[in-house]
Ligand binder design. Sequence first.
Ligand SMILES: Cc1ncc(C[n+]2csc(CCOP(=O)(O)OP(=O)(O)O)c2C)c(N)n1
Ligand SMILES: [Mg+2]
Length: 556
Amino acid sequence: MTHPAAAFARELIAALAAQGVTDYVLCPGSRSGPLAHALAEAASDAPPVGAPRVNLHVRIDERSAAFLAIGIARARALTGPPRPVAVITTSGTAVGNLMPAVMEAHHAGIPLLLLTADRPSELRGTGANQTTDQEGLFGAFVRWAANSSAPERAEHGGRATRLAARAVHWAIGETERDELATAPGPVHLNLEFRDPLGPDGGSWPDVGPGKATLLDRTRTRTRARTRLRTLSMPARPFADGTHGVVIAGDGAGDDARLVAEARGWPLLAEPTSGARSGDHALIHYVELLASEPGQVLAERVRHVVVIGRPTLSRPVQRLIDSAPSLLVASHGARWREVPRHAERVLPAVPEEWFRQGNADDAWLAEWRRACAAVAAPSELWGARAVAGVFVSSLTGGDVALLGSSGPIRMVDAVAPVWRAGHTPTLVANRGLAGIDGTVSTAMGLALALGRPISALMGDVTFLHDVGGLLVGSEERIPDLRIVVVNDGGGTIFGRLEHAKAPPENVRRVFTTPHRLDFAALAAAYGARHTLVKSAAGLTKALAKPPVGVHIVEAVL
Ligand SMILES: Cc1ncc(C[n+]2csc(CCOP(=O)(O)OP(=O)(O)O)c2C)c(N)n1
Ligand SMILES: [Mg+2]
């Protein structure tokens, strides 16, 4: 006889798959057993009749699993419409471990489906083991949360299918609310299961093709975007020849370059903007803005257009703060983080901004000259040099992940301006800029893309999520190279105001130095390890694409 829990789990997975959810990250546990059995069957070499095709990854640590899911979702978004990635956990503290990734996904606009198993309501508040208040645990960090009562024998089915449809709908940001407020994000389904939780050998249901396949959704979304692009904007938002700049933050995309070129304005593009190309993009813009001549130029700026979400440097933030006229578009998921003085905040770049104007060529030329005059500190070996070698090892089609703290800022300082259309894809968890989950995110990116990728991160960032290196013996190992900048701790704080404290205090409570043996660590996780101490050594270590996991430790 079929078990109600098992039947519900099969229907839910079948319905999610029909909605386009192909990737599942599962953590072990008993209460989530019905989902685990269903996924194991569907992902097996000989799936039962009617089971959907799914990509299954199994991880022990739920915090790492959820960041792995972020990596997978980021990879999917590089090649298509937003596609939710499911994370499955048992009850209790397992659920709480998802929170960091849920917060990042909320701010970065990444669709995650959190499927958390729970005791049935009659066992809650009775002292049952591993039972807590899971409903609503993620608070404002999820687009939608629903509790699903324990499946009953008398049920006819269909409930899991409807739940799946609504969950996907919310996760990809396709809601009826104000379009400005919608963006992909995490969704929580708290799923009660009553015993028995074991396998029942039951058959897979036919849930139909799914009300709307993701492909259909893409079409609706494209239409929505076109509509937004023609939103009525002031007929001439920028008078010809006015002095403006375009700031391209995380996730801006090529639109930022096109707008800068149409207006004839300089383009200040962060490395993960995807817009750091063409001849309007400037290098050394952070150093320029921090300098005297840069401040004089900044004072003459009339319009600041921000596309994407800039987070990396204080001089850029000051330019935004002091802009006499500020327009923001495609800023990311959470519009409350937009600077308060923005006159207009648009979900997408309006068509008018792309229309060619009569540019004041002298304005751009001044910026170019000023940037060229900023002497970039040259360095034989140091964090800048590592970033420089790392970035120059990347070519047009490459994807790389940048950790928070020093490394992404070094890349901002040294990365070239690429030829339009030849930019490597640089990604980073800039939603909340945490140093957590970075190894796992890189793993997820590499697994989902199915080709070698590389990551650059600091030593503390690496150690924070070193558990992300744990890939079980039954699991697929990605081809991933992680370049770790080992400068003996979190050195970013030494460049901030904290450095005024006595050095021994700064060391202990900010830098947090360690004595980690990275070679031993890599060996324990079955990863390759290479120690490099020079730019030439690093260049050599990066010459060939990685096979399996390869830790390149750049000791400063
Ligand atoms: C989860 C989380 N905890 C703490 C921080 C604060 N934080 C920012 S940078 C940093 C140190 C990072 O050190 P490392 O990765 O070695 O980079 P470095 O500063 O040396 O360039 C810390 C602890 C954070 N961003 N995220
Ligand atoms: Mg460090």
